[in-house]
Each structure stands twice: as structure tokens, then as C-alpha cells.
Design a protein. Structure first.
Length: 404
């Protein structure tokens, strides 16, 4: 039986740490600073305009609408065109989203910002992951992705806490002026550095086969559930903590603890996934996520939330990069755009469902119950992992054999 693998590329790198990988680490760090600032501040920004929980959840998840729509062209564009130019386009649209927030005077401005943000995110994480995967050795993909996603960890430690601190003193609008400046610097840096390696390009075609990859449906479904669950942290964590009497400045420490634990755990977890199999890492990660959500739901003071952050870090560190590495390994190099696009589409759907569902649960049952109800989809994800365990665990050995 034919097994999917990564095609041999004579231009492929031989080590993880190389100049193009380092440049993408910097670009992703700066771009994700803007993304995480918007993710964290959109909900309290909307609340400052008097929005109800259901409206806050809807506004926060609106980005998924344009993200899913533009996924129809992002995948074939990434595989067909100069990926650096695609990256620059995505960063430019992200800048437009930040400027909408900088000049926002009502909720409709925030909706417009989220729609621009979704358009950018249809391209940005996908093209970044693909460019990074092109600059990693095939047999060290999991480890390399673990290192790469530390760029996201850096901004998880800084963007929410810094954003909340600045917004308390200068207001939300001036905070997004600062974020807009960061994105502008990112664009200038991207223009100045080489990123792509020689590769085979597919012609631009607008058809399902060029946009989606059926080979990655199982890990994509798990990513959908993980995104649906994790969207509650981005949307409602700050508001829930404030409802329990924790100051907005203080709850920023949640994201700092989350990021510090991620810094420690992600490289190790990536290596473990390559060595012992991805399913074991996924099972452990889901256990930690469940423990984190229960801890958060029971917390009434800052220390409880910080414990929840540490537990959540071990869960998130194992799920997202492990599943993305699986998706990239299941297809040949020229199909990574479609595979990555499929995976991120799953995440977009999860974010859209999560924001709307979370807002409805908060409205009808309260914050604490919402965190606890989110354990149900997590159990479903565990069942899917069990069903596809042999295929998931076969991927690392298959990739190593192909790379050899």
C-alpha cells in the first residue's frame, strides 16, 4: 500500500537552526503580537461599549467568517505563488485590522477589525507554517515546529499583559496605535530578508483538490475541537476573572504564566512526539486541558487562575503543534499549503463555533458552568484520537523513513 510521505528536496535544510528559520521566528513573533493583542483586548473593548456576553462572543469570533471564506484562495495561492509576497499581503491586511481598532468608536468598528483580521489569518499562519516547514529537515519536523512555536509563546507572555496594562492607562485606541506600529515594522523586516527556498510550484487552480487535503481530516477535526475549547480562554478569561474580583492588571499574569510554562514544555513535547508517538502526547495534553478548565471554573482568586494557566500550558503545548506537525507530515512538500490550509480551516470553524457557543452558555448558565461544559467536546476529541491512534502514531516513523 502506498503511504504518504515528504518528497525528497535537494534544497532541503540539514539542520533546524538556519537563517531563514530564524527570520521566520522573528516575523511570527511580531505578527503574533498583534494577533494576540486583538484576541485578548477585543472582548473587554466590546464590553466597554456595553455589549452583552452573546454579542461579545459573536464579535470575538467574527474573524472566522472571512478566515474561512478566504481559505478558498489562500491554499492554492500559497502553493502557486511567491510565498513571501503572500506573507506581505497578509501582514498588510493585519495592519488594516489594527488601524480599525485604533480608530474604533463603537462595536461596528470592532466587527470590521475582526473581519480584516480573519482575512489576514486566512493567509498568515498558513503561509508562515509552510515557509517554516520548507526550512526544516523532514525527520526533525516535530522538534523544529516545537522550537518555532516558541515565537508564539513569546507574545503570549507579553502581548496580553502589556496590552491590558497599556489599555488601563491610555485606553484601547492608543493601545492599538502601538500594535499597528509593530505590524508596520514587521512588514519592513519581511521585505528585507530572504525566506523561500527553490521548490516545485503547482499551478493556481480554484478547485477542492488544490484547497483541501483529505489526508489530514482526522487531525483537523481534533484541531477544530481544540480551537473551540481554547477560544474560551481568549474571549472570556479576562471577563470571568474580573467577575470573580481579580483586577484586569493582575489577570494579565495568567498569560505570562501560560507562556513561561509553554517555553519550558513545547520543545520537550515536540521531541517526545517524534520519539514516542503523537497519540500519547495528545492524550496527556487533553488531560491537562481538562484539569485546567476545571481549576479555572473553581477559582475565586488570582492564585487559582495562575494554577489553571500552568495546567493549560501543558495541554496547549501538546495539542496544537503536535497536530500541525502531523498534518504537514501526511502530505508531500508541494501539498503542504493545502494540508496547512485544511488544518487552519478546522481551527477557524472551531473558533467561530466556540465564540458563539461560549457566549450562549455564559448567558444562560454563567461563566463557571461554561468552563465545565467545555469538557464534553474534549472527551469527543479523545475518542477520535483513540479511533485514529494507529495512523497518528505511524506518522513519525514513516516520515523518518522517507527522509532517510
Amino acid at each position: 500500500m502506498h503511504s504518504p510521505g515528504i518528497a525528497t528536496n535537494p534544497h532541503a535544510p540539514t539542520r533546524i537552526l538556519n537563517a531563514r528559520f530564524a527570520a521566520m521566528f522573528v516575523i511570527n513573533t511580531l505578527a503574533q503580537y498583534a494577533v494576540y493583542s486583538m484576541n485578548t483586548l477585543t472582548a473587554p473593548f466590546a464590553a466597554s461599549f456595553g455589549a452583552a456576553p452573546t454579542v461579545i462572543g459573536l464579535v470575538s469570533s467574527t474573524f472566522a467568517v472571512t478566515a474561512m471564506a478566504f481559505k478558498l484562495v489562500s491554499s492554492p495561492a500559497i502553493d502557486a505563488f511567491d510565498r513571501k509576497k503572500v506573507l506581505l499581503f497578509a501582514l498588510s491586511v493585519l495592519l488594516a485590522a489594527c488601524l480599525c481598532d485604533a480608530f474604533a468608536t463603537s462595536v461596528p468598528f470592532l466587527v470590521a477589525s475582526r473581519l480584516f483580521s480573519g482575512t489576514a489569518l486566512a493567509f498568515l499562519p498558513t503561509v508562515c507554517f509552510v515557509i517554516v516547514s520548507d526550512n526544516l529537515p523532514a525527520d526533525k519536523m516535530g522538534t523544529g515546529m516545537g522550537y518555532y512555536t516558541l515565537s508564539t509563546v513569546v507574545v503570549q507572555a507579553s502581548a496580553p499583559a502589556v496590552g491590558l496594562w497599556i489599555s488601563n492607562r491610555l485606553g484601547f485606541n492608543l493601545t492599538f496605535v502601538v500594535v499597528s506600529a509593530v505590524v508596520a515594522v514587521t512588514i519592513l523586516f519581511t521585505l528585507a530578508v530572504p525566506l523561500e527556498r527553490p521548490r516545485e510550484r503547482r499551478p493556481f487552480t480554484f478547485r477542492p483538490g488544490s484547497i483541501f487535503s483529505a489526508a489530514v481530516l482526522a487531525p483537523t477535526f481534533i484541531l477544530l475541537i481544540e480551537a473551540m475549547i481554547w477560544s474560551q480562554v481568549n474571549t472570556f478569561l479576562v471577563l470571568f476573572a474580573q467577575s470573580r474580583g481579580v483586577l484586569k492588571d493582575q489577570i494579565g499574569l495568567f498569560f505570562t504564566v501560560l507562556a513561561l510554562v509553554l517555553v519550558i514544555s513545547r520543545p520537550t513535547i515536540g521531541t517526545l512526539a517524534d520519539r514516542i508517538g503523537s497519540s500519547r502526547v495528545l492524550f496527556a495534553s487533553m488531560f491537562f486541558l481538562a484539569a485546567a478548565f476545571l481549576t479555572i471554573s473553581w477559582s475565586h482568586e488570582l492564585n487559582g487562575f495562575l494554577l489553571g494557566a500552568a495546567l493549560a500550558a501543558f495541554g496547549y503545548a501538546g495539542c496544537q503543534p503536535t497536530l500541525m506537525a502531523i498534518c504537514l507530515r501526511l502530505v508531500p512538500a508541494e501539498r503542504r499549503g493545502a494540508a496547512s490550509c485544511t488544518a487552519y480551516l478546522g481551527q477557524d470553524i472551531g473558533n467561530l463555533i466556540g465564540g458563539v457557543l461560549g457566549g450562549a452558555l455564559v448567558q444562560h448558565f454563567g461563566y463557571a458552568a461554561m468552563w465545565q461544559i467545555m469538557l464534553v467536546p474534549l472527551i469527543i476529541a479523545a475518542i477520535v484520537t483513540i479511533v485514529y491512534r494507529r495512523r497518528i502514531d505511524f506518522i513519525p516513523a514513516e516520515t523518518a523513513a522517507t527522509a532517510a
